[in-house]
Ligand binder design. Structure first.
Ligand code: ATP
Length: 344
């Protein structure tokens, strides 16, 4: 199913403009993540799609050729998975998954067949008779997904479904969820404030800021070609190189960097992995701290710009705190973005 939002906005009764007019299309079978900091409007957008909130006048929500804007939640046939699983604790896994199907008054053999199918796909067969209370967090999360999927919803909406889990489990389930969503071939929207999670799960990420979609694209597009300082910073933690631009040169306290083009009126950003410790580099600074992270070191350097500049050092023999280091940054690694003048 293709989901299409046009001109969808939300102003809450107290006047809060949680969502500015937004357009969004999610193709059949596509998994789109809504990524953004707390309060940017992700949940509001998801609740509007579900039918739990009414958009401001003028906004429309389409499921294929059906305008569902005025339909209540129970008539939209959406599946939902939340952070709090909202499972029935004293019912078995099987009963939880079958619950929605019973409500739909499906015949018993049909219910059994569908429950069996999702139990199998979610690898829950061994637990089907257990009570929810006797399951781990990860198993509960899978049951919640299975329950949402069983009624064959037109679209699946997931709101931070992994955020109640500890870090290690979260990572495992993140990959599992990505695979399961593809298996189900369901159109899905996944809300998160965690960029790694969004990148790992989604075909396309819509980065939200202050009630609007700042940019949407594949994880690679957002990472390589951010259109704003906000997206550059939020996806992949780009750092702004604050200095004076003079044509195609950037003058920093620690030296001068060549740019690929005239950068007048633009802000310059770089990612830590493109900041290289290089004895022939044009910039000079002092190492403030070095952190060993297994596959690489993270080196913080002062004196190159006003703030600390972070470099990823991949090999052995990383520099030590107090060392003076030369730094190079390839001109093609510098991202030139239009100055917005806003506080985004
Ligand atoms: P989080 O990641 O913290 O859940 P979010 O991006 O999902 O945040 P929303 O919950 O959509 O953000 O909230 C967007 C804005 O709307 C926030 O400023 C929030 O305080 C406000 N808001 C949410 N619900 C209501 C409400 N019922 N009445 C008034 N304002 C609300």
């Amino acid at each position: 199913m293709t989901l299409r939002l046009t001109n969808t906005a939300k102003t809450y009764p107290d006047g809060t403009r949680a969502l500015l007019p937004t357009g969004l299309t999610v193709d059949t079978g596509e998994v789109v993540s809504l990524l953004g900091p707390s309060g940017c409007g992700k949940t509001t957008l998801l609740r509007i799609i579900a039918g739990l909130e009414t958009p401001d006048a003028g906004g429309e929500i389409w499921f294929d050729e059906d305008n569902v804007t005025a339909l209540p939640v129970e008539r939209r046939n959406v599946g939902m998975v939340f952070q709090s699983y909202a499972l029935f604790p004293n019912m078995s896994v099987r009963a939880n998954i079958g619950y929605g199907l019973k409500m739909q008054r499906l015949p018993k053999p049909e219910i059994d067949a569908r429950v069996h199918e999702v139990l199998d796909m979610c690898q829950l067969g061994d637990f089907s008779h257990r009570d929810i209370a006797a399951l781990s967090g990860g198993q509960r999360q899978r049951v919640a997904l299975a329950r949402a999927i069983a009624p064959r919803p037109r679209v699946l909406l997931l709101d931070e479904p992994l955020s109640a889990l500890d870090a290690a489990l979260r990572e495992t389930l993140r990959d599992e969820l990505a695979i399961l969503l593809r298996k189900f071939e369901i159109t899905a929207i996944f809300v998160t404030h965690d960029q790694d999670e969004a990148m790992a799960i989604a075909d396309r990420v819509a980065v939200m800021s202050q009630g609007r979609v700042a940019q949407s694209g594949t994880p690679e597009e957002l990472y390589r070609n951010p259109q704003s300082a906000f997206v550059a910073g939020f996806v992949g933690n780009a750092m702004q190189l604050k200095g004076q631009i003079d044509g195609s040169a950037l003058m920093l306290p620690g030296g001068v960097l060549p740019l690929q083009q005239d950068g007048t009126g633009q802000d310059v950003f770089v990612r830590a992995e493109d900041v290289l410790v290089d004895p022939t580099g044009p910039l000079s600074g002092q190492v403030e701290s070095v952190t060993f992270l297994g596959t690489h070191y993270r080196v913080s350097i002062r004196g190159i710009m006003t703030d600390v500049l972070t470099s990823i050092f991949p090999g052995q023999n990383a520099p030590k705190p107090g060392d003076t280091v030369q730094i190079s940054i390839k001109p093609e690694a510098l991202m030139l973005l239009q100055q917005t003048g806003s506080a985004e």
